[in-house]
Design a protein around this ligand. Structure first.
Ligand SMILES: Cc1cc2nc3c(=O)[nH]c(=O)nc-3n(C[C@H](O)[C@H](O)[C@H](O)COP(=O)(O)OP(=O)(O)OC[C@H]3O[C@@H](n4cnc5c(N)ncnc54)[C@H](O)[C@@H]3O)c2cc1C
Length: 421
């Protein structure tokens, strides 16, 4: 059977693989990009609600802070190509970007297609060979070159190979975890895989009875507590009650901390909602006691109306056994408990949706075994990693795509240089 020979072969055409192939070809390597899907960049096209959240404009240190899964590993790569370089790169491709809340960058067109097409045009311009509908089955590692074994049993010889096949989240986009076995074969450790940026499950009665289903709380401070009731992390964003538990931006950000607590063997994890994070407990209590004293004939619900969404207020009033009665008839203790719930409503979560429904995969190829300024394997010549296959995960907001593109760029450049040396 005829063998094809390439200097750099990139497996996977997500943001990391597309960027890696562009970087490899720009640096003079004969480059092949293989993807099992019928289209490249499927997950990129659905990111940011289909508008493609290409990167984030926050300062580099902030971006790295928003990548809680081994973000610090990226410092070396960021010194070569960072989030601002991504912005320049896309503007250079003719894709104008705009900044939205929290530094998130989107194409002005609001269309993921414009981003994906710009990358595809660049690959075309650089003469990168593209094989779609081509699942890779295995890799035979050699000393001078490696062989990519396709599902069709065809073999492709390549001087260097870049694993950019992603993680296990949302498998219909093509990311089905195929690359972990190939990394293991080269001697790499795959750290435990788990869902991150994922909705959480709860057996609380108010979830089961769907009392709060569909209710969104804006700008709350949501915390994850450990089994000593100490706060592990707090995120101030919106959240949503669902029929199975909780979701929304604050929940997604907290989710990996919950999952890690559950992975330690805890059956359930406590979360706490501060629905009025800019108010102090005692001041809040004093404020409302004063209002109540001044309005003894007013109904209690009217006193607190508008402080939180009405459904949430009704829920907390019921929880604290407060009927909609005159303020003069309510005990101070009940009001103190109600105010406490505005600030510290605790509930239990006992799981998350599965990794397939998560936005991002936690765990992956151990970063300890990858050279941070080249993305090369510490064990195998000519083997490189980039993107979500690595044990790197960030919050949603452009941080994962940034990590994918930065590691892709560095892997592509270095694979090209190694293959041409
Ligand atoms: C709905 C959704 C929204 C998201 N929104 C955001 C966001 O707003 N901000 C953010 O930063 N991140 C977001 N993410 C995460 C982000 O999209 C991913 O982290 C990123 O796409 C990972 O890039 P990657 O190149 O590593 O892998 P992927 O994008 O997963 O691409 C991997 C590619 O490899 C191919 N492949 C896999 N196995 C094989 C094989 N055996 N043979 C050949 N090809 C193979 C696949 O077909 C696929 O095209 C979102 C994810 C999802 C699911």
């Amino acid at each position: 059977m005829k063998q094809l020979t390439y200097q750099v072969t990139v497996l996977g055409g997500g943001p990391s693989g597309l960027m890696a192939a562009i970087a490899a070809a720009e640096n003079g390597a004969k480059t092949l990009l293989i993807d099992k899907g019928n289209k490249l960049g499927k997950k990129l096209a659905i990111s940011g609600g289909g508008r493609c959240n290409v990167t984030n404009r926050l300062p580099q240190d902030e971006v790295i802070k928003h990548i809680p899964g081994n973000g610090r590993f990226l410092y070396s790569a960021f010194s070569i190509f960072n989030n601002y370089d991504i912005i320049d790169f896309f503007e250079g491709l003719g894709v104008a970007l705009k900044e939205e809340d929290h530094g998130r960058m989107f194409p002005v067109s609001n269309s993921a297609k414009s981003v994906v097409n710009a990358l595809l045009n660049k690959l075309d311009e650089l003469g990168v060979t593209i094989m779609t509908d081509t699942p890779v089955e295995a890799i035979d590692y050699g000393t001078e070159s490696h062989f990519i074994i396709l599902k069709s049993k065809k073999k492709i010889e390549t001087k260097t190979v870049i694993l950019a096949v992603g993680g296990k989240a949302v498998p219909y986009t093509g990311s089905t975890g195929d690359g972990y076995a190939w990394a293991k074969k080269a001697g790499h450790i795959i750290t435990d895989l788990y869902p991150t940026e994922v909705p959480l499950l709860s057996n609380e009665s108010f979830i089961k009875t769907k009392s709060l289903q569909g209710l969104a709380l804006r700008d709350v401070a949501l915390s994850v507590l450990n089994n000593k009731n100490k706060v592990i992390v707090t995120h101030k964003m919106d959240m949503l009650f669902t029929h199975f538990g909780v979701s929304g931006p604050a929940v997604l950000r907290c989710s990996q901390f919950v999952v890690k607590e559950l992975m330690k063997g805890n059956k359930q994890v406590t979360m706490e909602i501060d629905s009025l994070p800019s108010e102090n407990d005692q001041e809040l209590y004093n404020k409302y006691i004063k209002i109540m004293d001044e309005n003894p004939k007013k109904n209690v619900k009217n006193i607190f109306k508008g402080i939180v969404p009405e459904r949430y207020l009704d829920f907390l009033l019921t929880k604290n056994d407060i009927d909609d009665e005159k303020t003069a008839n309510i005990s101070r203790e009940k009001i103190r408990n109600l105010v406490h719930d505005f600030k510290h409503f605790k509930f239990l979560v006992n799981g998350s949706q599965p990794i397939e429904k998560a936005f991002v995969t936690g765990g992956g190829v151990s970063t300890k075994e990858v050279i941070p300024n080249t993305m090369q394997s510490k064990f195998m010549n000519g083997l490189y990693f980039c993107g979500e296959i690595l044990d790197i995960h960030g919050y949603t907001g452009g941080y994962n795509i940034t990590s994918a593109m930065v590691t892709g760029r560095v892997a592509g450049m270095n694979a090209a240089w190694e293959s041409l040396a």
